[in-house]
Write a protein that binds this ligand. Structure first.
Ligand code: UTP
Length: 284
């Protein structure tokens, strides 16, 4: 899994007005933008190339990973060596480049735009607005299952029954250790018709044949081309497994999830943990 695709061309409407002039994926959790957490996760799972599926208004995302010679020269001239290393380091994390999605027609459509850049190998997909803190990176947990079973692997977690209509939901048989063999997937099912409470979150590993399935997939829930529908169609020709991953996910496309992510990351930071814990205790 040398390549990971990251769709970043969405409108981020749930987080307006923060996302009016700034990409959602550039919102900062403690000291790094969301996109950097996702790129670091992909690298930790063995990818050395990240393909952003972007839009003209989202140029700041790619910019973040490009060398900035002016800034580097200023930092070097003022002897700020540790900051210089920090800035240079961002550019060295991975080979990050972008393809464009003309219109935000849905996540399935976004992934299809990366077809040529991906080529013929197994690839990962990560949505940067799902920030997942895990000892073993979630993409790596998925990659191991894909290596064993082939086909498609999706990350799932149990969500409250009344929230299933916000997610793609799976039906399947539990094999072992949180791995399910998926028999059916439904995007945003009505609460009383959901096959389970196992919701798909923003991490996938795909065999490249998924592109043919996306190509044949028409608009689904919300009028968008949904990756869940493309996976459902692909079940005829390849297996799909779901992994109830080990780790904590924060939906940073929502206000509550974003605040929770900020606190969770800060509580893991050696400089911030103690004073923040004190502040939180005093705030109750
Ligand atoms: P979301 O549905 O969470 O993002 O898509 P959104 O559409 O930007 O958010 P809201 O609902 O309007 O607030 C998950 C990921 O897929 C990307 C988004 O940028 C996000 O990273 N995406 C979504 C695309 O790249 N293209 C699309 O057509 C839709």
């Amino acid at each position: 899994m040398r390549k990971t695709v990251m769709p970043v061309a969405g409108l981020g409407t749930r987080f307006l007005p923060a996302t009016k002039a700034q990409p959602k994926e550039m919102l900062t959790v403690v000291d790094r933008p969301l996109i950097q957490y996702a790129v670091e996760e992909a690298v930790a799972a063995g990818s050395d190339e990240v393909i952003l599926v972007s839009a003209p208004s989202k140029g700041a995302i790619l910019e973040h990973f490009r060398a900035d010679s002016g800034l580097e020269a200023t930092l070097a001239a003022s002897g700020k060596d540790s900051l210089l290393e920090l800035v240079r380091g961002v550019g060295r994390i991975a080979n990050v480049h972008a393809v464009m999605q003309g219109k935000p027609l849905g996540v399935g459509h976004a992934i299809l735009q990366a077809r040529e850049a991906v080529g013929g190998d197994v690839f990962g997909v990560a949505f940067p607005d799902d920030l997942i803190l895990a000892e073993v990176p979630v993409l790596e947990q998925l990659r191991r299952v894909q290596e064993q079973h082939g086909g498609i692997v999706v990350a799932v977690e149990h969500v409250p029954a009344e929230q299933v209509d916000r997610y793609g939901v799976i039906d399947g048989e539990h094999l072992a250790d949180g791995v399910y063999r998926v028999s059916r997937l439904v995007e945003k099912p009505p609460v009383d018709q959901a096959p389970s409470t196992l919701a798909i979150v923003g991490r996938y590993v795909f065999a490249p044949a998924i592109f043919e399935s996306i190509e044949r997939t028409g608009a689904g829930a919300g009028g968008e081309i949904q990756i869940t529908d493309a996976i459902q169609a692909a079940l005829a020709t390849m297996p799909c497994h779901a992994v109830a991953f080990e780790g904590d996910r924060y939906d940073c496309g929502s206000r509550l999830g974003f605040v929770q992510a900020t606190i969770a990351v800060a509580l893991r930071d050696p400089d911030l943990a103690a004073p923040l814990a004190e502040f939180l205790a005093a705030s109750q």
